[in-house]
Design a protein around this ligand. Structure first.
Ligand SMILES: C[S@@+](CC[C@H](N)C(=O)[O-])C[C@H]1O[C@@H](n2cnc3c(N)ncnc32)[C@H](O)[C@@H]1O
Length: 229
């Protein structure tokens, strides 16, 4: 794909069949829970300009770093699980940056304890989304994001619901309630899910037979730090 021909999304339904776009890697599509690079590309096109500082407090395989650099944005990527040298080891609940310093934050957080990211005990992905503690810990990250963002600037947060062992948890709605304490709502995007391990004939048949639904989408919350607090 030629970069000039890429167009930003115009609706609230984004469906990217592949993790990557273009001919260079953005992040690592083998990383568990990797973000589709075009999600970040769309957000940076809309809410940032060249030279802006972009931060990802849970940057995993570094998708945000690669997309931001390609678009000539400055970028800092943190994670507990360090898979490449340009990622800084840090717990998202305390971000080592000044207040009102950052132009845009992207975060694709754990959705529950369904994926093992690392051995690090501080990993929020070790806490089940059925526990209040999960939202309490993610809320600490949200409050840090609100602190480091410049007033009026935007953040994008990806999260998804859970259906496991016959129990549904509305993770997205529960997290949205926490985020509303710090940010003004701008929009909610529905991201079509692809390539998850349950996307097999066996699972689709089970879903029909036992009357449940496989997860078909994730949320992308777009919110803004209020100008006056
Ligand atoms: C869904 S993955 C992010 C994927 C990333 N956007 C990418 O494209 O590769 C969630 C990440 O959160 C990280 N994480 C979990 N708890 C954390 C914490 N307390 N501080 C920093 N990172 C954390 C995990 O190590 C994991 O890499």
């Amino acid at each position: 794909m030629i970069m000039d021909k890429l167009q930003i999304e115009s609706t609230t339904l984004w469906d990217f069949p592949r993790q990557n776009y273009g001919d260079k890697p953005h992040g690592n599509n083998k990383y568990n829970g990797v973000t589709p690079a075009f999600v970040i590309w769309n957000l940076l096109q809309r809410y940032t300009k060249e030279g802006d500082l972009v931060v990802d407090p849970m940057c995993g395989s570094g998708t945000t770093i690669d997309v931001a650099k390609e678009l000539n944005r400055k970028v800092i990527g943190y994670d507990l699980n360090i898979v490449r040298p340009d990622i800084i080891k840090n717990d998202s609940r305390k971000i080592p940056l000044k207040d009102n310093f950052v132009d845009f934050v992207f975060i694709d957080s754990p959705y529950s304890d369904n994926i093992k990211y690392s051995e690090d005990e501080k990993c929020i992905g070790k806490i089940s989304c059925e526990k209040t503690e999960f939202y309490d810990e993610l809320e600490k990250t949200a409050s840090e994001i609100a602190r480091i963002l410049k007033p009026g600037k935007v953040m994008g947060w990806v999260i998804a619901d859970q259906w496991i062992k016959k129990k549904f948890t509305a993770v997205g709605f529960l997290m949205w309630q926490r985020l509303e304490k710090y940010f003004e709502p701008m929009d909610i995007i529905c991201l079509t899910r692809h390539n998850q391990t349950s996307n097999t004939g066996v699972w689709h048949n089970r879903a029909r037979q036992y009357n449940f639904y496989l997860r078909g989408f994730k949320y992308l919350f777009i919110m803004k730090k209020p100008i006056k607090q």
